[in-house]
Design a protein around this ligand. Structure first.
Ligand code: S3P
Length: 430
């Protein structure tokens, strides 16, 4: 039940049913941005309903791109590669994806643009895109410590070969997008492989992206054409329901048309390792992205250690995995996940604070957490810290706690999944 921005979650006996999730947020952002600089029309069905993707669409409108929503689809009328100088600052809201990936396109446009964000986005690191985009020839100034707002003076770019210092698909995608506006071939090298939606989307819109080991190459000057597609359900939103199913042996949830891209589906391996039974049926591919029907059934949860490349692959799912960790038999340890500290909130601190309020023992570390298993939690007054994934993660943890849990600022969920709490209430059994 949502009252202003605080929500009460009562313990549940189980969770079951079928659900179809709004389109994946990572893919929705990329398709909208490429549709904007493509020639012709792009029709995106099951576009993300989250406020973050609405921020991307808002910025595109301010850059002269015409689009409309019709019967559950977003239709973009591509401008070709050249956008129009915005008349006011581009508001990226809470969305790091919007600011970082759009910057790649704006770096190659011969006009000035100013990108702003909300309080959380204004604290997030942007040097990771500023450094390489400046090497390509754009001029970018930022606030103190390389934080937003960003002031970008775009220009004709030169290609570079760049190894990303932090594993970040947003940075990789930003540079590949900038590569479209550069002379020669831009190469991006990743030591830890991140989600590959940027390269898949570029190919879907007609660009050639060469992959060689850990490096990707894109030649400048390639023309894009619009596409028509259905965006698979967001697997990072599914994570909350999958973990909720894990809390109740005998529960069963079926997801229709869920994203099954292998760089995102690592979550399913971890859940299987924890003990959840998962079957994937009817896999299909559209424009290089896989989706399928996924059936998940709860079992007793064991434990897991998540580290190295897995932490990068599961970066958005780590909060909910940590939130259910006390209910596992052996606990969950998360390492090599320092990036969690610079997300929409400091997610390591937020998870530790909320778990402790629920009575859990937690060891907070600089790069992760260790949460022992076999713990009993009680309801408490928690905070989302204005972070959508923290709000949803603790709604799940609250289902197995004793007594009522209140989550302040729960409306943060609108960032990726506005209907989350309603869907959760429909599926839980009390
Ligand atoms: C995203 C990449 C990740 C992720 C974010 C979406 C993307 O961020 O946390 O929610 O769509 O590329 P980083 O690239 O900063 O790790």
């Amino acid at each position: 039940m949502l009252s202003s921005s605080s929500i009460s979650i009562h313990p549940a006996r189980g969770i079951s049913g079928a659900i179809r999730l709004p389109g994946d947020k990572s893919i929705s952002h990329r398709y909208a941005m490429l549709g904007a600089i493509a020639e012709g029309e792009t029709k995106l069905t099951n576009f993300s309903t989250g406020a973050d993707c609405a921020s991307t669409l808002g910025c595109l409108r301010d850059l002269g791109v015409k689009w409309e929503r019709a019967e559950g689809s977003v239709i973009l009328h591509g401008n070709g590669p050249w956008l129009t100088a915005p008349k006011a600052p581009l508001d990226c809201g809470n969305s790091g994806s919007t600011m970082r990936m759009l910057s790649g396109i704006l770096a190659g446009q011969e006009f000035y643009s100013d990108l702003i964000g909300d309080e959380s986005l204004s604290r997030r690191p942007m040097a990771r895109i500023i450094t390489p985009l400046e090497k390509m020839g754009a001029k970018i100034s930022a606030g103190d410590g390389g934080k937003p707002p960003l002031k970008i003076t775009g220009s004709k770019l030169q290609s570079i070969s760049y190894e990303t210092p932090v594993p970040s698909a947003q940075v990789k995608t930003s540079l590949l997008f900038a590569g479209l506006f550069a002379d020669g071939e831009t190469r991006v090298i990743e030591s830890i492989r991140t989600r590959d939606h940027g390269e898949i989307a570029l190919r879907a819109f007609g660009a050639e992206v060469k992959a060689e080991g850990k490096s990707l190459g894109i030649a400048g000057g390639q023309k894009l054409h619009g596409i028509e597609t259905v965006i698979p359900g967001d697997i990072s939103s599914a994570a909350f329901f999958l973990c909720a199913a894990g809390l109740f042996p005998d529960s069963q949830i079926i997801f229709d048309s869920l994203l099954m891209n292998p760089t995102r589906a690592r979550l399913l391996d971890v859940l299987v390792h924890l003990g959840i039974k998962i079957s994937v049926l009817e896999l299909e591919e559209k424009h290089g992205e896989l989706s399928g029907t996924v059936k998940a059934s709860g079992r007793e949860l064991r434990g897991a250690t998540i580290a190295g490349a897995d932490s990068a692959a599961l970066i958005d799912e780590l909060p909910v995995l940590a939130a259910i960790a006390p209910y596992t038999s052996q606990g969950i340890e998360i390492r090599d996940a320092r990036e969690l500290r610079v997300k929409e909130s400091d997610r390591i601190a937020a998870v530790a604070a909320n778990l402790r309020k629920m009575g859990a023992e937690v060891e907070e570390r600089e790069d992760g957490l260790r949460v022992p298993g076999g713990q009993k939690l009680h309801g408490a007054e928690l905070d989302s810290f204005g972070d959508h994934r923290i709000a949803m993660a603790f709604a799940v943890a609250a289902l197995r706690a004793e007594g009522e849990t209140k989550i302040k600022n729960a409306d943060a969920a609108v960032i990726s999944y506005p209907a989350f709490f309603e869907r959760l209430e429909e599926l839980v059994e009390r």
